[in-house]
Design a protein around this ligand. Structure first.
Ligand code: ATP
Length: 239
């Protein structure tokens, strides 16, 4: 179980997250829905050790605190982040990027098996394993980013808006692969603005608005919840 409780995060005087509590059980897929600036990236960054929470924040993984752990040590605990903007190395090939993901100790033994899994999930990466990543499309680069995170042998995969900026057909392809990852037993914590495609894959979800959780429920319940629609309409009109 990944347990985030009373998570607060400040940037100077701006309170980006205000006592946010979210849980993800082993193997579960959970989505955090929220408009631009709601605090979605901040939440994932805090879990990944890339932002320092304040107040009475707690983040535990299988009961052990991971709060305050350096970002490069978080993957050793079985938590991997696919960051916003992907963070891939453009001057390296697909295969070299994947290899970098296998650096954690927990990942080394099964490297070949996991590389095979990545190429099964993303056949296009297998075909293009020697291609420089900067020459690839946005969707392909997102596949490399997800593949690299998978190489670390995660139990929990955190994904920061994987659909952002991609054509609907590519988003569909990516989410089909995420479903494949879910089926291998890896838990997914996904932050998204794309409500329909993320609720189609999620078991549960939370609604994040201006740094606070304002709703939560099963994916089926959220699909028909007017608050979900209102949150996004409100954001679109600037209210
Ligand atoms: P987006 O989809 O636009 O990335 P988000 O929901 O991921 O939005 P965050 O990136 O977590 O939101 O940002 C939450 C709030 O904190 C925003 O108001 C943002 O402007 C602010 N913020 C984020 N990073 C910083 C920073 N490094 N310094 C100051 N303010 C920040």
């Amino acid at each position: 179980m990944l347990e985030i409780s009373h998570l607060s995060l400040r940037y100077g005087r701006h309170l980006a997250l205000d006592e946010v509590s979210v849980t993800v059980a082993a193997g579960e897929t959970v989505v955090i829905l929220g408009a631009n600036g709601a605090g979605k990236s901040s939440l994932l960054k805090a879990v990944a050790g890339l932002a320092a929470p304040s107040g009475r924040s707690r983040i535990t993984h299988e009961g052990r605190s991971i709060l305050g752990k350096a970002a490069h040590l978080v993957p050793e605990t079985g938590i991997a982040l696919v960051p916003e903007g992907r963070g891939v190395f453009g001057e390296l090939t697909v295969e070299e990027n994947l290899l970098l993901g296998a650096n954690p100790r927990r990942a080394r033994a099964g490297e070949a098996v996991r590389r095979k899994l990545v190429f099964e999930l993303f056949p296009r990466l297998g075909e293009r394993r020697s291609q420089l990543v900067r020459t690839m499309s946005g969707g392909e680069q997102q596949m490399v980013a997800i593949g690299r995170a998978l190489m670390s042998n995660p139990q929990y995969l955190l994904l920061d808006e994987p659909s952002l900026g991609l054509a609907p057909i590519v988003v569909k392809e990516l989410f089909a692969a995420l479903r494949g990852i879910k089926e291998t037993g890896v838990a997914l914590l996904l932050v998204e603005q794309n409500v329909s495609i993320s609720l189609a894959i999620a078991d549960r979800g939370y609604l994040l608005e201006a740094g606070r959780i304002v709703g939560e429920g099963s994916a089926a319940a959220l699909k028909t919840d007017p608050a979900v629609q209102n949150a996004f309409l409100g954001a679109a009109t600037g209210h």
